[in-house]
Design a protein around this ligand. Structure first.
Ligand code: SF4
Length: 389
């Protein structure tokens, strides 16, 4: 085992690590999506077997003793036939999950059936994250989604009647042609099904996607104000914003994602999955190959994954980049414990300037961006980065 892997196994903090499992299959490809997923399901069973095997190997080789959260994402994990999904969930149930661990599976509405919900209910899964995106047929068509309003609505009724776990709904705002009232209407319909958590993403045109090719980025087709006003509507509806795009009823924030934003250790298995572990001096990132054939053909501990060590200023910058996404900001005590320096000594000028403009605030415990400041997160990070250098 190379030296750095020995350090990963020796690190006390890696003994408690979250698990992300990437299922890179979808029933169809949405026009805005740049996640790694394929619609050809011919290698599904082999890829799933290799993912289960890789998960067990990572847990063993990296010395993981406690798993506080699990997230099965993709792709569309529920595009797996029920027999394969059952096999995956049984294997996850045998891992060292902490009592009460948050275990989420992502689903798309067209895959929701009473049988699927019964399978999830009888497994370790206690949180369902459903990609609704919109209830407007026009918006769904623009996004290249293969669900219409009727499917989204009827599948949520099945979930409401049968699912007893937590429910998170994904919505997209600032879609070309979508007005403020369209987005607010999506939110109100989503809330009528009583989710604990809502993710409201502002559409970004990712390079290389069909949607990006069909819109001129300078055409003003995408109105950011739609997202801003929709986010305000969620907040006044009782869903408190706790991260740039995430809102929850009190006590229902996603623990798994919060651990990402705090740069706590996690392993990511499956083709395209990414892990971030602690080395004692920084982070060790492992990015599994986003290619099914090569993932299947590779062997060894990492299945051919690319690795990267993140130390020094890069580590501090990543910590700032993730931590300032949260409305609670960065706890001064956490920063000091991680880097042995006060955050107020690391980026004093940036904090002073942004506080003077009422775009950042500081208490005895934390530093954070204000609601207005979060709109300019990227600029804040650029300022912090130039101060670090
Ligand atoms: S269902 Fe999700 S992962 Fe699959 S293509 Fe659509 S956005 Fe991408």
């Amino acid at each position: 085992m190379p030296k750095s892997y020995t350090a990963l196994k020796a690190s006390e903090s890696n003994k408690r690590a979250s698990l992300y499992i990437h299922i890179p299959f979808c029933n169809s490809k949405c026009s805005y999506c740049d996640f790694f997923s394929v619609t050809d399901h011919s290698l599904m069973a082999q890829v799933l077997d290799k993912t289960i095997e890789q998960t067990a190997r990572y847990i063993d080789c990296f010395g993981i003793k406690h798993i506080p959260t699990v997230y099965i994402g993709g792709g569309t994990p529920t595009s797996l036939p029920l027999k394969l999904l059952e096999k995956l969930l049984a294997s996850v149930g045998n891992l060292p999950l902490e009592s009460g661990s948050e275990c989420t599976v992502e689903a798309n509405p067209e895959t929701v059936t009473p049988e699927l919900l019964d399978l999830l209910s009888g497994s370790c899964i206690n949180r369902l994250s459903l990609g609704i995106q919109s209830f407007s047929n026009y918006t769904l068509k623009t996004l290249g989604r293969h669900c219409d309003f009727k499917t989204n609505f009827s599948k949520l009724e099945v979930i409401k009647a049968r699912w007893k776990g937590q429910l998170s709904l994904d919505l997209i705002s600032s879609v070309p042609g979508q007005s403020v009232s369209d987005s607010i209407s999506d939110i109100d319909t989503a809330i009528s099904f009583g989710p604990d958590h809502i993710s409201l993403y502002a559409l970004t045109l990712e390079d290389g996607t069909p949607l990006a090719r069909s819109y001129d980025p300078d055409s003003q087709a995408i109105d950011d104000n739609v997202w801003i006003l929709a986010a305000d509507h969620l907040d006044i509806s009782g869903y408190r914003r706790y991260e740039v795009s995430n809102f929850a009823l009190p006590g229902h924030q996603s623990e798994h994602n919060t651990r990402y934003w705090k740069l706590l250790p996690y392993i990511g298995t499956g083709a395209g999955g990414v892990s971030t572990l602690h080395t004692g001096e920084g982070l060790f990132r492992i990015a599994n190959l986003p290619d099914l054939e090569r993932y299947l053909a590779s062997d060894g501990l990492l299945c051919g994954a690319e690795t990267e060590e993140i130390t020094g200023k890069s580590y501090i910058f990543e910590y700032l980049m993730m931590g300032f996404r949260m409305t609670a900001g960065i706890l001064k005590s956490d920063f000091l414990a991680t880097f042995g320096r006060k955050i107020t000594d690391v980026i004093p000028e940036t904090l002073a300037i942004w506080k003077a403009r009422n775009l950042a605030s500081e208490t005895d415990e934390a530093v954070r961006l204000t609601k207005e400041g979060l709109l300019f997160l990227n600029q804040f990070l650029l300022d912090a980065l130039s101060e670090l250098e």
